[in-house]
Design a protein around this ligand. Structure first.
Ligand code: SF4
Length: 239
């Protein structure tokens, strides 16, 4: 049916947090030195309280310099659904919660459209926990530095389904280049967890005509969750 996972996460995302430093000009940080392995192991052993404290104090990439606070995520820590966006914006940086601005209100509406609500079997997080200045797209070294935290969140939550909101989230989780338009309607795999790709709500606010596609993606996600619960294959996505 063409719905088998198309891509599987590589053992290590590219560029990898565990990869050795490859260029002399690359900035030295705990994630591109031998200390990176130790850092990854330490993060992989953290519980929720330690993870919150570690992220709050983290200075492992330059995004720490202009943040007001790090934003780990929000919601049910035993959620079935995990939505992953890109990074905090201005309001999120101010309030310490992801998706609380205009895009957040749209995300809440999207959740409601398929019978979900923030915090009720739903967890919402981001690829990077600190606000990129000017809401720019996170740089690869920043997503690499922060990925250990997201990976640990996923291990702790153990969601039944992941929805990647936008290209940076999809590429970080899949460890591959992703075109959202081409990835929509397909079922991917993150370490045994089904993963679906759709548009980021901030993109939808600028491209209203694509809201209908996001609705299709959410319906596909809903069907995938129902199929997972009943241990059957999901039907084909809407054309
Ligand atoms: S974005 Fe992530 S890695 Fe960078 S300082 Fe913030 S918490 Fe640390």
């Amino acid at each position: 049916m063409g719905l088998a996972p198309l891509w599987r996460l590589r053992d290590k995302p590219a560029p990898s947090a565990e990869a050795p430093a490859e260029a002399e000009s690359a900035p030295q940080s705990p994630v591109d030195t031998a200390a990176g392995d130790e850092r990854s192991r330490r993060i992989a052993a953290l519980g929720w309280d330690e993870l919150r404290a570690t992220v709050a104090d983290c200075r492992d990439c330059r995004l720490c310099e202009r943040r007001k606070q790090a934003v780990l995520g929000v919601g049910d820590v035993a959620a079935d659904w995990l939505f992953v966006g890109e990074g905090p914006g201005a309001e999120e940086d101010e309030r310490g919660e992801p998706f609380v601005g205009q895009a957040g209100r749209l995300l809440d509406a999207m959740l409601a459209s398929i019978g979900l609500a923030r915090g009720k079997k739903v967890y919402i997080g981001n690829v990077v926990k600190c606000r990129p200045p000017g809401n720019r797209t996170p740089e690869p070294e920043e997503t690499t530095a922060c990925f250990s935290y997201l990976r640990r969140q996923i291990e702790l939550i153990r969601p039944k389904l992941i929805v990647a909101l936008g290209k940076p989230a999809a590429e970080t989780l899949l460890g591959a280049e992703v075109k959202v338009g081409a990835a929509r309607g397909r079922l991917f795999d993150y370490r045994g967890i089904p993963l679906i790709v759709t548009y980021h709500p901030a993109y939808l606010l600028r491209n209203l005509s694509d809201k209908a596609k996001a609705w299709e993606d959410l319906c596909f996600a809903r069907r995938t969750m129902e199929a997972r619960d009943s241990a059957t294959l999901p039907p084909d996505p809407a054309p």
